[in-house]
Design a protein around this ligand. Structure first.
Ligand SMILES: Nc1ncnc2c1ncn2[C@@H]1O[C@H](COP(=O)(O)OP(=O)(O)OP(=O)(O)O)[C@@H](O)[C@H]1O
Length: 497
């Protein structure tokens, strides 16, 4: 199925949008099945000069998927997935709907191996002779300023002799226990200690790598606590003496903080620097990213009900972002992770705000950023608004339903040319089982003219979602889109490093 998909790597360069980088299955890239496709008069070709279609016809073969692509068109070293070969997306638990395979295959697989890799179980760790853990914040802790003021803990020094079981930014400081050092006057909350598992890499991006961090009582600790360490994702970024780069990181953290509380946005827990390296501690998406989900299944895409559930959660997050005047600018399959490694229906979480920016109403942005396949045509033309995020969501839904991208080419230039041309089809081979309503929904997002493109709020009211989503879940997404129940935090002062 998604043999012609490859991981996209975001670029911040002004006039280049990169798709180079990780390629999960290099040997799988097929030659385009052009010859296998019968010519069809019913091909649905949408062009930006045409009025937006209300309902998309099914069937027809358009241009083929891309041909075999080079491992790395930028000459950068290929990135490799650290999730392992076993899919983390299957559950061995029984009972609907969590057991349901969205690919419609009804297959369940053992995800133990993968979970142990993600969670760094004791068995996994024992088998490694050389552990590469760095513990921050124990006795003699490194001084780790909190450059963004994110941590709820006031102390300038990371760590405590008795770190609490979990960090709850809005909760009171951890209790001081008998073996804690006695504070001299008042109780000053200490920042928690994290164990950084450098060898448990869960993802690599253009700015660094993401690995597991944990916090809590080590197993067998005598304090009588549960002995379970809480796991986090830790993005490790080497700092450079470059004001623009620092400003970008600051914006990333500010955005993460502002969005804290939304069910479909990854939760920020802590930020600190040690020895010129920045660590951003967030909630861990144990189920891995959607790119992995899609590319580890041999079928063409997911079921409509799974796609609709997924998209409504995405729209909820994006509507919330836009209501806070934040444009993500890098929405792609790789940037949505599943909360649970056991339940493929668990909530999705949006990650990677490295290209996000604040905007003012009506402002035209001009910086060309994003990832191949997903970038909107108006971004490539250097005049765009937050509507570019909806285009990217349209690409994602198309991919979820079919397993292939709507715009493709043998390299970045060809992909960009295809996007700027704006023509795409719903090849019968890939959309055979997909309803007209689903394709109509995709068309509302892949509308070339942003006047016709749906906003996230509009898309949430589309009949296809109402038909395919659990009403209660959809209602929750609509509430989330409006920020109901979320206390947004103010923007932070500029970072001082
Ligand atoms: N909180 C998380 N939970 C689970 N996996 C994560 C988490 N954060 C990141 N990842 C994994 O790590 C990968 C890279 O992370 P991220 O996108 O934040 O890095 P980046 O350097 O900004 O990447 P890019 O080059 O795509 O912008 C993600 O695609 C995802 O697979």
């Amino acid at each position: 199925m998604s043999k012609w998909l490859r991981r996209g790597q975001a670029s911040t360069s002004n006039n280049f949008v990169s798709s180079a980088g990780q390629q999960s299955h290099p040997s799988d890239f097929p030659q385009p099945p052009r010859n296998e496709m019968p010519p069809s008069a019913s091909s649905a070709v949408y062009h930006h000069q045409s009025p937006p279609p209300q309902q998309s016809p099914i069937g027809g073969y358009g241009a083929p998927p891309p041909s075999t692509m080079p491992m790395d068109v930028d000459g950068q070293p290929p990135r490799s997935s650290k999730y392992g070969q076993t899919s983390p997306y299957h559950s061995q638990q029984s009972g609907p709907p969590t057991h349901y395979d969205p690919m419609g295959r009804g297959v369940v697989m053992d995800d133990h191996h993968n979970r142990s890799r993600l969670s760094g179980s004791s068995r996994d760790r024992r088998s490694r002779p050389q552990q590469q853990h760095t513990e921050y914040g124990r006795h003699g802790a490194m001084h780790a300023p909190d450059p963004f003021g994110v941590s709820p803990f006031k102390g300038p020094v990371l760590g405590s002799s008795t770190p609490p079981d979990s960090i709850q930014p809005s909760s009171p400081p951890p209790a001081v226990t008998a073996d804690s050092p006695q504070p001299s006057s008042e109780v000053v909350p200490r920042r928690p200690a994290y164990l950084l598992h450098r060898d448990l890499v869960i993802g690599k991006g253009s700015y660094g790598q993401v690995c597991i961090a944990s916090r809590g009582e080590p197993e067998g600790h005598s304090s009588g606590r549960s002995g379970k360490r809480k796991k986090f994702a830790c993005k490790c970024v080497m700092l450079r003496n470059d004001p623009k780069y620092i400003a970008k990181l600051q914006e990333e953290v500010n955005v993460l903080r502002e969005l804290r509380g939304h069910d479909n946005v990854i939760r920020l827990y802590d930020v600190f620097c040690v020895d010129n390296e920045l660590f951003i501690i967030t909630e861990l998406g144990r189920g891995g990213d959607l790119f992995h989900l899609l590319t580890t299944h041999p079928k063409h895409g997911v079921t409509e009900s799974y796609a609709a559930k997924t998209v409504s959660e995405m729209l909820s997050a994006v509507a919330f972002l836009h209501s806070r005047n934040i444009c993500h600018r890098d929405l792609k399959l790789e940037n949505w992770v599943l909360e649970s490694g056991k339940d493929v229906w668990s909530p999705l979480k949006l990650i990677d705000f490295g290209l996000s920016t604040h905007f003012t109403a009506g402002q035209r942005l001009s910086r060309v950023v994003g990832s191949s396949y997903y970038v909107a045509p108006e971004v490539l033309k250097k005049s765009y608004t937050e509507a570019c995020d909806l285009w990217s969501l349209g690409v994602i839904v198309y991919m979820l339903l079919s397993g292939a991208p709507p715009f493709y080419g043998k390299n970045d230039e060809a992909i960009k040319a295809s996007i700027v041309q704006g023509e795409y089809t719903f090849p019968h081979e890939l959309f055979r089982d997909v309803s007209d309503e689903a394709m109509a929904f995709v068309s509302t997002l892949l509308s070339y003219n942003i006047e016709y493109r749906y906003t996230a709020d509009q898309a949430l009211t589309h009949p296809w979602l109402a038909l395919n989503c659990d009403p209660e879940a959809l209602h929750k997404c609509k509430n989330g889109a409006r920020g109901i129940g979320i206390v947004a935090e103010p923007r932070l002062d500029p970072m001082q490093l």
